[in-house]
Design a protein around this ligand. Structure first.
Ligand code: PSU
Ligand code: MN
Length: 342
């Protein structure tokens, strides 16, 4: 029989403040078209906990006009939990790390226009380097964690993780989120992949990339990789983490080991907002079937939009609640990591 989990008695050894200092040098010398908000900059210089947030959810996930409200709620949630929100996105050909209310509004309202593109890893440099009309961009997890890692942000919270698409073994549609997590030292709080993705293959890919994968839950209970709208996916989580403090301890231990890979902390949707898997599965399946021929980066937004229509907005409320909860937990993880670093 398994032994009960031990409470950590000792903190890991001190001494990773150097990492922050080195990054801060880059921040001070950064190019002009990478803007850091006054809030985030002062937080960085004071070594306060900062939580990175993505924006593809606002431009290509969550419909207008509620996308702007959600962006504001996310920022409030992060602050209420002791961290500084750093919403990362592209506005008028410039990268923002931390956005003001007006900037968030401008980006959110521009969703759906030709100017506003979904920015994955490979698109980042184009958005600031290209010489056509200035672009806005919502950054995916891949792009967001790239920019976060560059500026020394340790924790990023998001809604759903990209993954291996169904049929990915022949279409090769595998989200850049996964390779980015294999390459970047970042801690990601997310509610899982939608069941329109291939959970098993996504997990295999992350394992090969050396990405730590865990789910918040209770040891001794069955804990699944969450299925985004549902707490279950049918696939067991390889590891269980019981608290934000424990997540931070694992993140800090990875630092001490000089690991260069990402850590994923899945946070299941709060029970009261869950849509049962049995209800979601057929909806998701038919949405996937309908947009089978839409390939590349347009597939995810098309499927998400179809799910929204089919659930008559219920998926939206579930999405809102889970992403807010991720902001809360993400902020707590960031706060705990800072404590270890002191
Ligand atoms: N899954 C969701 N909502 C989202 C996304 C995924 O439930 O908004 C977004 C995230 O920004 C994620 C991106 O990083 O889609 C993945 O897109 P792709 O599959 O094209 O890599
Ligand atoms: Mn894709």
């Amino acid at each position: 029989e398994a032994e009960p989990a031990k409470t950590p008695r000792e903190r890991p050894p001190k001494g990773s403040t150097k990492i922050i200092t080195k990054k801060f040098k880059w921040i001070m010398k950064r190019p002009e078209n990478i803007r850091i908000s006054a809030d985030v900059l002062s937080g960085m210089s004071r070594k306060q906990p900062i939580l990175g947030l993505e924006t593809a959810i606002y431009t290509h996930g969550f419909p207008k006009p509620n996308n702007f409200d959600l962006a504001m709620e996310m920022e409030e949630m992060v602050r209420a939990n002791g961290a500084i929100p750093a919403t990362i996105g592209i506005l008028n050909g410039e990268i923002y790390i931390g956005m003001t209310k007006d900037q968030l509004k401008e980006l959110a309202e521009s969703a759906g226009s030709e100017k506003t593109i979904k920015v994955s890893q490979r698109d980042i440099a184009y958005t600031i380097g290209q010489m056509g009309p200035p672009l806005n961009g919502g950054t995916t997890i891949a792009a967001t964690i790239q920019i976060a890692a560059l500026s020394g942000i340790r924790v990023v919270a998001t809604g759903g993780l990209g993954g291996v698409h169904k049929g990915g073994e022949s279409s090769m549609d595998v989200s850049a989120d996964l390779a980015a997590l294999g390459r970047l030292k970042i801690n990601l709080v997310t509610s899982g992949m939608k069941s329109f993705l291939d959970t098993a293959r996504t997990m295999e890919y992350l394992e090969t990339q050396g990405v730590f994968v865990s789910t918040f839950g209770t040891r001794g209970e069955r804990v699944d990789i969450p299925g985004f709208y549902s707490r279950e996916s049918g696939y067991r989580s390889p590891h269980i983490v019981e608290s934000a403090e424990e997540a931070a301890r694992i993140a800090f231990s990875a630092d001490m080991l000089k690991l260069t890979t990402g850590n994923v902390f899945f946070n299941p949707i709060p029970k009261e907002y869950e849509i049962p898997k049995s209800e979601m599965d057929p909806i998701i399946e038919s949405a996937v079937e309908k947009f089978k021929s839409v390939t590349g980066k347009d597939n995810t937004p098309a499927v998400l939009n179809e799910i929204l229509k089919e659930t008559e907005g219920r998926s939206i409320e579930a999405n809102r609640q889970l992403v807010l909860d991720n902001a809360k937990i993400g902020a707590q993880v960031a706060v705990h990591i800072r404590k270890f670093e002191d």
